[in-house]
Design a binder for this molecule. Structure first.
Ligand code: DOR
Ligand code: ZN
Length: 385
């Protein structure tokens, strides 16, 4: 900690966001790498892992190569050489592509339940094949763990116009539990390295705790929205509270904090998934799932630090240290972020750099904001960015 001009500055390693949807190609009206790179730097992030649910989805080697070229072009235009890695999307019609892209991706993303973009693996045969190939090729599998069958059965119970809050009932805790249970079962069978995305329930934490106790290569991520919002927030946020997996009750939020404290939860992924305000204003059923988050994750974590909910060590673990271990990333001493622990600022939509220009945390007064981000030795003064 340094004291500088009355500021309480703390230096952290450049943040790694292991879960973003920067929308290139095909959905650049929601976000692109020019706006997203700026948003990343403003959030203190120097490295991101991008998801494959784009248009077209990243499920072939050709799509992957084309996506990289587009990203590089957009980053060049932004003048920000953000470090990035891409996930490859598992698709049952393109399983033979997986071996081709080994070494070019950070992992294989498997949607066990349908979400934005429609990629889904809903049959056991394909799931087994993916976990087996990944283990043989020493690739990591990252799962969106919601059981598709359970989601479909629940949806049938609630047909017709519904309030947004029904989302948490359709995509219930059992859907998450069933999918995580199945994924861990596949780890036991094949020895695949498994990264469970956006853990949101205590039931998942219990399963993951058991897997870790057995020494299985299972890792867990949670998100800022599951830590800092809950199902009471539908009231104010309406469609802005809709995401997959959905918001849970406050008891689950508490379990997530305990999961961080006990080391069961390894990382935080912003799951930055922008949609336009117009889209989010649509009625339930037409309102797309997802919220932006990369600019607010770190100040939310520091506010939790001020409230004695998290330690500085927890924050470093969540935002960089564990990701480096899980994904085998080298230390980047030229990447770091300076955070002003005492800077108190409200989240304001109009100050955000994400193209969608809104946050589910708008109006929150948070203490502890990044003020300088250094990427590859280049210093960005966040007051001027
Ligand atoms: O809420 C979500 N939004 N969950 C996902 O799985 C996908 C994401 C998106 O891409 O919008
Ligand atoms: Zn996601």
């Amino acid at each position: 900690m340094m004291e500088l001009e009355n500021k309480q500055l703390i230096k952290l390693p450049g943040l790694i966001d292991p879960h973003v949807h920067f929308r290139t190609p095909g959905w650049e009206y929601k976000e692109n790498w020019k706006t997203a790179a700026k948003a990343s730097i403003k959030g203190g992030y120097t490295t991101v892992f991008d998801m494959p649910n784009t248009i077209p989805p990243t499920v072939t080697e050709i799509a992957l190569v084309e996506k990289k070229a587009l990203i590089d072009k957009q980053l060049k235009e932004a003048g920000i050489p953000l470090r990035y890695y891409l996930y490859f999307g598992a698709d049952k019609y393109h399983l033979n592509e997986i071996k081709k892209i080994k070494g070019q991706v950070i992992g294989i993303k498997v949607f066990m339940g349908c979400s934005t973009g429609g990629l889904v693996i809903d049959d056991d045969e394909s799931l087994h094949a993916i976990f087996k190939i990944a283990a043989e090729e020493n690739m990591l599998v990252a799962v969106h763990a919601e059981d598709e069958q359970r989601l479909k059965e629940n949806a049938k119970k609630f047909e017709g116009p519904q309030p947004y809050s029904i989302h948490s009932k359709i995509r219930d805790e059992s859907a998450a539990f069933l999918a995580v249970e199945k994924a861990i079962h596949l780890v036991r069978l094949y020895g695949t390295r498994l990264y469970i995305l956006h853990v949101s329930t205590h039931q998942e934490i219990d399963l993951i705790a058991q897997a870790k106790k057995e020494g299985l290569p299972v890792f867990a991520e949670t998100t800022p929205h599951h830590l800092f919002l809950n199902n009471l927030d539908y009231q104010n946020l309406q469609g802005k509270a809709v995401m997959n997996p959905p918001l849970r009750s406050p008891e689950h939020q508490m379990a997530l904090f305990s999961g961080i404290k006990s080391g069961i939860i390894d990382t935080i992924g912003s799951d930055h998934a922008p949609h336009t305000l117009e889209e989010k204003a649509k009625a339930y059923g037409d309102c797309p799932s997802g919220v932006p988050g990369i600019e607010t994750t770190l100040p939310l974590l520091f506010e939790a630090y001020h409230q004695n909910l998290l330690s500085l060590d927890n924050i470093v673990d969540l935002t960089s240290r564990r990701a480096k271990t899980i994904f085998n990333l080298a230390d980047c001493p030229d990447d770091y972020v300076l955070v002003d622990l005492s800077l108190a600022k409200k989240v304001e939509d109009k100050l955000l750099s994400t193209k969608c220009q809104w946050s589910p945390f708008a109006g929150r007064l948070l203490r502890g904001w990044p003020v300088t981000t250094v990427l590859k030795g280049h210093m960005y003064d966040l007051n001027k960015l």
